[in-house]
Each structure stands twice: as C-alpha cells, then as structure tokens.
Design a protein around this ligand. Structure first.
Ligand code: NDP
Length: 492
C-alpha cells in the first residue's frame, strides 16, 4: 500500500479529497489495494474548470515569454528524472507493467517535457507573402482551459504527451486519468507545481469517465479535448465536440497488421513480431495483432514464433527479468478470454497459450499467457476487433496484392509493420498500407519528435512533433497596414 490515507486530488491547485465515492487502485499482479482516494464529483469538475479559467486569465502563465515557460517545462523534466525510480515503481503498482517498461515510460515522460520546452523556445511564427499595402503574419494564441482524457495502459507517458504541449502553449489543463490508474497524473500535477507552473493551471480529476470525463467534455469553458482511449468513447466525445464547435484530437484503437515477406531476416522478424504483440501484455493501441506471413516461410516462422512466445517470462512486474506482467483488471482478462473462445468457435486453432498461467505467483494476479491463433481469415471477428491483450492472429498470404488488400481491410489504421530485406518491396508496401505509423524492419519504436496518430476509426489529429504545440493553440492572422493614406474606399 502506497498510503493507508485517502489520497487528495488536485482541484485547480488545491489538494483535497474529492467529493465523489471512495475507491481503491488495485495492483494487477496481486489484486491488492495500493491506494485509496475519493473520486472527483460533478461539483469538483465545475469548480476546477471555473478556477482553471480564472488562473488562465490572471496567473500570467499565458503571457510569459516562450523561453520563460520553457524554463519551467525543463524543470518539470529534471524533477521527473530526479524522482524517476519512485515514479516507475508507483506506475508499476498502479497498472502492473514490468518495472523495466515503467522505467522507460518515465524516461519518455521526462523527454517529452524536455522536447516541448525546446520546441516552444524555438517555435517560429510566420510572415506570409504580402499581397497589398500590409505585412501579413500568422501567429498562434493559447486557447484557455483544455482537457486531457487518458487511458490506463501507459499513464505517465500518455499524460505527459498531452500536458507538456498544452502547458507549453500557455493553457490551463484539466486531466482526467483512467479511473483504474489515477496515480501518475496526480504525481505530474505535483511536479508541475514544484517546477513553478502557477497554481490553478493544472487540475487532476480522477473518476468515472462516463460521468467526470463527460462533464469535462461538455463544459462550455473547455476549449479543446485531447483524448486517448477506445473508439466508441472517442466517437461519443467527437459528437459532443461537434455540438460545441470544439476541436478535438482522438488517439483511438488499432488492429495493426505486421507483414513478414519471404526475404525477411527471420531472427529480427520473429523478435520484432513477439515484441510488437506481447510487450505491454498486448495492452497497446499499436500492438501488431494481425500477422501476415508469406506462405513459403509460414510453417518455419510460426514454429519459431510459438517457441519464442512460450519462452517469454510472464510474471512479477517487480522483477527486472519479467517481460509480460498481468493484465489491468480481472474484468479485462475475462474479455480477452471471451475473444479467444470466440476465435475457437469461429474455427481458429490455438497454436500456443489460450490459458492463464498456473502456479506460484499467478493465483491472485490477472495473468494470461501469450497466445497465437491460426486457421482464421482476415474477416473473422477476432481478426477485425481490437482485443487489447496478448492475442495474435496469424495468417499466411500468397502475393503482395492480396496482402495489401487484407492489411487495409480494417476499420482501424493506426500502425503497421513490414519485414523485408528488399528495400524496394518494403517501400512499396510501406507506402501502400494505410496507417498513421509504419515501421519497416522494426516495430513499436517511438520518437517524440515524430507525429503520431491514426486514420479512420483509429483517430483524428496528431500528437508529438514540433507541431504538437499548435494542437493546443488557435491560429490568428494579422495584417499590419503600411499605407500612408486612408483606405481608398473611405474616401469615395
Ligand atoms: P476508454 O475509452 O474506455 O477510456 C479512456 C478514457 O476515457 C478513460 O479515462 C475513461 O474513464 C474515459 N471515458 C470513458 N467514458 C467517457 C465519456 N463518456 N466521456 C469522457 N471520457 C470518458 O478506453 P480504455 O480505458 O479501455 O483504454 C483502452 C483503449 O485506448 C483501447 O481501445 C486502445 O486502443 C486505446 N488507446 C489508444 C492509444 C492511441 O494513442 N491511439 C494509446 C493507448 C490506448 P474511465 O477510466 O473511468 O472509464
């Protein structure tokens, strides 16, 4: 237990118990409570947003010069690094990811603040070609109160990915973390305060998405929502945003194809495919969950893949040797089991996995074995629907034309992987596959300097990259008259 006391939440800089129900955050490896807190109430939402709007208008945060706000963001990055081990341990307890992975997420959060500090300081406004007796410019202004709604799978990284550019842009930010993983957003709010972000500029409101997240999205003072989560929720938020004429960015689900050609380096490809689907226990929007392998190498590849999946170390997230921790909740594991049953009822064969591991250390946590299912086509439900767990559907393909048709036959288009030694074939496939991100001879690598987002049901808008800051700003055109005379119309 991190603390037996109820944890306070952050309502526009005031740390106090929420007005909602008491609930517990459970450690997915044991099911034991690690923290108790009182969720935000609707009154807390109203207060946080009203006060955030006040802080936006009066704290001077928006008016600070870029290099001044950047200095604060650099301090946030530094504080995250100073506390990195305790933050990584806390995130491990909050969502059960292996410690090596949570250490990487914490490092990535620090890197995100550092990147957006640097981007902010060096961001240029544009002077556009003049077409009259005026100088024309395009500048950007902060929006006011913006909201960040995040899922449970990589809390500190996805929260930093929204907080850093939104703060860099000069806004006040209200964060609604997933109900089951409230801790890292609260830590980030504390660190932002310590680094010098004015009180009231950051709020963290844990609680049920359908109540608290909905109220935040509906609130008239909220000028933008940046959402990461499931497609159904994303579409719901998009409807509210349409009614309010509010911009949104939506990072949603995926069912990403990985394509292994017959000339691929098999050692690299086996490794990359295993990492692509089974790291993070498959609880990853970009998981490479549909595998297409050239028929000529299919048997050999699947044999090696199944051996690799069997050898993965599933277990205690505190151990540095662990590669796959538990799933987030008992309910989520049941959902994954239902999908595996569905795959079998559709005619699929379980090549490996398909069960919970048994024995010491597995009885209380929500563990599930890495699972590979074969014998189904691309139109099967488990080939089309996002499972968000360690379940790979493997299929052979005959030629590149049918491969592309199948890879693109999905409502999702978030990511894709291509494995081939022939750069021309890889280039052709990489350009033909419809996806927000394509990895060639690698998978699930990230850089904050490179935009990220999806097509179709995988979302709208892009995060990261220098332009990420502009997502949280309104664009303004300015005309500076250079005439010595009044406008001609006024004289006639
Ligand atoms: P959800 O959509 O259920 O939840 C995401 C967040 O939205 C949570 O904070 C949730 O709160 C909140 N929420 C739920 N309902 C509403 C509502 N009506 N209004 C406003 N907010 C709401 O997704 P999951 O938590 O199940 O996360 C998994 C999903 O996230 C997967 O589909 C995955 O693909 C996607 N994802 C996408 C990523 C990307 O970058 N494209 C990255 C990571 C995940 P609460 O916790 O209380 O339900």
């Amino acid at each position: 237990m991190i603390s037996s006391e109820l944890l306070p939440i952050c309502i526009a800089g005031e740390w106090r118990l929420g007005g909602g129900d008491v609930y517990e955050s459970l450690y997915p490896a044991t099911g034991e409570p690690i923290a108790r807190l009182r969720a935000a109430s609707l009154a807390d939402v109203e207060e946080a947003i009203t006060r955030a709007d006040h802080a936006f208008r009066t704290s001077g945060w928006a008016q600070r010069l870029p290099h001044e706000r950047a200095a604060v963001l650099h301090r946030v990055a530094q504080l995250i690094r100073e506390e990195s081990e305790s933050l990584a341990q806390r995130q491990r307890l909050d969502n059960g990811k292996p410690i090596n992975e949570t250490r990487n997420l914490v490092a990535s959060a620090a890197g995100t603040f550092q990147f957006f500090a640097a981007a902010l300081e060096t961001l240029e406004e544009t002077i556009t070609p003049s077409r009259g007796a005026f100088v024309t410019m395009s500048v950007h202004e902060p929006m006011g109160v913006v909201a960040a709604i995040t899922p449970w799978n990589s809390p500190i990284a996805s929260e930093a990915q929204k907080l850093a550019p939104a703060l860099a842009a000069g806004n006040a930010v209200v964060v609604k973390p997933a109900e089951v993983t409230p801790l890292m957003a609260l830590e980030l709010a504390r660190i932002c305060e310590q680094a010098g972000v004015p009180k009231g500029i950051v709020s963290v409101l844990p609680g049920k998405g359908a109540v608290i997240g909905d109220a935040i999205t509906q609130h008239p003072l909220v000028k933008r929502v940046s959402f990461t989560g499931g497609t159904t929720t994303g579409k719901h938020i998009a409807h509210i945003a349409a009614d309010k004429m509010m911009p949104v960015s939506l990072e949603l689900g995926g069912k990403s194809p990985t394509m292994v050609l017959d000339d691929a380096d098999l050692d690299h490809a086996v490794n990359g495919v295993l990492y692509g689907i089974f790291s993070s226990s498959g609880e990853s929007c970009i998981a490479g969950s549909r595998l297409f392998v050239a028929r000529g190498i299919y048997d050999e590849f699947l044999t090696r893949l199944a051996e690799g999946a069997n050898a993965l170390r599933v277990g205690d997230p505190a151990s540095e040797r662990t590669q796959m921790g538990p799933l987030i909740t008992a309910k989520h594991r049941e959902g994954i089991e239902r999908y595996v049953d569905l795959g079998v009822s559709e005619g699929g064969r379980i090549r490996t996995g398909g069960v919970r591991p048994h024995g010491d250390g597995y009885d209380r946590g929500y563990f599930y074995k890495p699972t590979i299912i074969e014998g189904l086509g691309n139109s099967a439900r488990i080939s089309q629907e996002e499972i968000f767990g360690p379940v790979l559907v493997a299929m052979p393909f005959d030629d590149e034309e049918s491969l592309i048709a199948q890879a693109n036959d999905s409502v999702y288009a978030l990511a894709a992987g291509v494995w081939s030694r022939d750069f021309k074939r890889a280039w052709k496939l990489g350009r033909a596959v419809q996806a927000g991100t394509v990895w060639v001879n690698t998978y699930k690598q990230f850089s904050v300097s490179t935009p990220f987002g999806g097509w179709r049901d995988s979302g709208l808008g892009r995060e990261k990259g220098r332009e990420g800051i502009f997502q949280y700003m309104e664009q303004k055109s300015m005309y500076w008259g250079t005439n010595d005379q009044p406008l001609p119309w006024a004289l006639t």
